[in-house]
Design a protein around this ligand. Structure first.
Ligand code: AMP
Ligand code: GLY
Length: 423
C-alpha cells in the first residue's frame, strides 16, 4: 500500500518504522520527514499545512492512505479537505476532522465538552478581554497556584502556572489585552490547580468503536528533577508502573467511554488517535487536556509495544471495523530518552554532525530533528533523536538506553539523565 505520513519528528519516524514491518509491503512517503525516515521512506519536502501540495503528491504517487502526525494540519482541516475533494475523498485519512480537532485547537471547547459529558476535569471559567475584571474576581476566588491557559494552539507554551495572585492577574492581562500568545490568548481558560502525577492514555477510534492503547508518562521539563523550561518532551516510559488495573478501570469508565460516546453524541467525526493527558489526584483520574494525535516522545514507547499489523489497524479505522481487531501488546516496559541540541528549548545551533548512533545495539533509534546534508546526517532541530529500549521494568529499559547513548555524539548534545526519577 502507498502510505503518506505527514510530519517530521520522532513520532513520524516511529510510525514509518512500524508500517515498514507490516505483512504486506508498504511504500512509504513522509512529508517532510527527517534523516531517519529517509532510510525507509521517500521524503517529500512539502509542509504539513500545504494542502494543495499534498493533493498533488497524493495523486502523482497514487497514495492510498494518509496518516497525520501533528495537530496543526488536523486543526486546519486536512481531513475535511480530502473529504470535500472529488479526487481525494475515497482516500482514508487517519486523524479527526476539523470540528473534532477543536478538542486540541480550543481549550474552552475541550472544557465544555468535558462538562457536557461529565468527564472529570479541573473546575474552570473562561474569559475574553472585555471580561478582565470578572477574570480577576475568579482568580481571587481560587487558591494558589493559578493555572492560566491560552485557548488556542500556542506551540505547547500557552499554559502558565503562577504562585502569586498579583502575578496571575498581570499575566491574565498580558494574555488577553496584550495578546501574549497572539490570537491564541484572545480567550483564556483559568482553572483550578490539580496536584498529582501525570500520565497519558492513548485511544484509537474509528468513530464507532475504539481501542485503548498503552499508557505512557513523558518528562516535559528540560532540567533534571523536572526543573527549568518546558520542552516538547525529553523522555517517556510505557507503561508507568503506578497504573494498576483498578486505576485503568477508572480511566476507562470515567474518561475513555464518555469521551468516545461524547464524540458520537456531538456528531464530531473522529477517525484517529485521541491523546488524553491525565493527572492522578489521590486515586482518581482527571483530564488535563485532549490532543488529537499521538504524543512525541510518547509514540516512541507506545507504538513499539503494539504487536498488531498497523496497516491492518489503520484500515479497520478507515472502514469502521476496529471492534473486530484484537489488540496485542508487548507486556514489557519501553522507555525512551531524547537527545537534544545544547541550548534547547531556547536558541540552539543546527547542522552538527551526528555519529555513533549506527553502533547502537539492543535499542531502537528514532530520528527527530535530523537531516541529510551532503550525504551526512546532521542535526536540524531542538529534539534530535530518541533512543528506545525494552526491559522487564522501566529501570532495566532505561539502563539500555543510557548505555547506548554513550555511543552517540554530536557537538553540544544534551539529554536528561534522570528519566523515571519520580517513579
Ligand atoms: P496542557 O498544555 O494543558 O497539557 O498543560 C501543560 C502542563 O501544565 C500540563 O502537562 C500540566 O503539567 C500542567 N497543568 C495544566 N493544567 C493543570 C491543572 N489544572 N493543574 C495542575 N497542572 C496543570
Ligand atoms: N509529549 C507531549 C506532546 O506530544 O504533546
Amino acid at each position: 500500500m502507498n502510505i503518506l505520513i505527514l510530519g517530521s519528528g520522532g513520532r513520524e519516524h516511529t510510525l514509518a518504522w512500524k508500517l515498514d514491518q507490516d505483512e504486506k509491503p508498504n511504500t512509504l512517503f513522509v512529508a517532510p520527514g527527517n534523516a531517519g525516515t529517509a532510510k525507509i521512506a521517500k521524503n517529500i519536502p512539502i509542509s504539513v499545512n500545504d494542502f494543495d501540495g499534498i493533493k498533488k503528491l497524493v495523486l502523482s504517487e497514487e497514495i492510498e492512505m494518509v496518516v497525520v502526525g501533528p495537530e496543526d494540519p488536523l486543526v486546519n482541516g486536512v481531513h475535511d479537505y480530502f473529504l470535500e475533494d472529488a479526487e481525494l475523498k475515497h482516500i482514508p485519512v487517519i486523524g479527526p476532522q476539523r470540528a473534532a480537532a477543536e478538542l486540541e485547537g480550543s481549550k474552552e471547547f475541550a472544557k465544555k465538552f468535558m462538562t457536557r459529558h461529565k468527564i472529570p476535569t479541573a473546575a474552570y471559567q473562561s474569559f475574553t478581554a472585555t471580561e478582565l475584571e470578572q477574570g480577576y474576581a475568579f482568580l481571587e476566588s481560587l487558591h494558589a497556584p493559578y493555572v492560566l491557559k491560552a485557548d488556542g494552539l500556542a506551540a505547547g507554551k500557552g499554559v502558565l502556572i503562577l504562585q502569586d495572585l498579583n502575578e496571575a492577574k498581570k499575566e491574565l492581562r498580558t494574555m488577553l489585552v496584550d495578546a501574549k500568545f497572539g490570537n491564541a490568548s484572545a480567550t483564556v481558560v483559568i482553572e483550578e490547580f490539580l496536584a498529582g502525577i501525570e500520565l497519558s492514555v492513548f485511544v484509537l477510534t474509528d468513530g464507532k468503536g475504539y481501542k485503548v492503547l498503552p499508557t505512557a508518562k513523558d518528562y516535559k521539563r528540560i532540567g533534571e528533577g523536572d526543573t527549568g523550561l518546558n520542552t516538547g518532551g525529553m523522555g517517556a516510559i510505557s507503561p508507568p508502573p503506578f497504573v494498576d488495573q483498578e486505576f485503568m478501570n477508572k480511566i476507562h469508565e470515567r474518561i475513555v467511554i464518555p469521551t468516545v460516546e461524547g464524540l458520537k453524541k456531538d456528531n464530531l467525526p473522529y477517525k484517529g488517535f485521541i491523546f488524553i493527558g491525565l493527572i492522578k489526584v489521590g486515586d482518581d483520574p482527571f483530564v488535563i487536556e485532549y490532543n488529537v494525535r499521538l504524543g512525541d516522545p510518547e509514540t516512541e514507547v507506545v507504538v513499539p509495544r503494539i504487536k498488531n499489523d498497523l496497516t491492518a489497524v489503520f484500515q479497520a479505522v478507515a472502514n469502521q471495523t476496529l471492534d473486530a481487531i484484537q489488540l496485542e501488546l508487548d507486556e514489557r516496559t519501553a522507555s525512551t530518552v531524547m537527545l537534544v541540541s545544547g541550548g534547547y528549548p531556547e536558541a540552539y545551533e543546527k547542522h552538527k554532525t551526528l555519529s555513533g548512533y549506527d553502533q547502537i545495539e539492543d535499542s531502537l533509534v528514532f530520528h527527530a530533528g535530523t537531516q541529510l546534508k551532503d550525504g551526512e546526517v546532521v542535526t536540524n532541530g531542538g529534539r534530535v533523536m530518541a533512543i528506545t529500549s525494552f526491559g522487564d521494568n522501566f529501570k532495566e529499559a532505561l539502563q539500555k538506553s543510557y548505555k547506548n547513548i554513550e555511543k552517540v555524539h554530536f557537538d553540544k548534545m544534551n539529554y536528561r539523565k534522570d528519566i523515571g526519577f519520580d517513579l
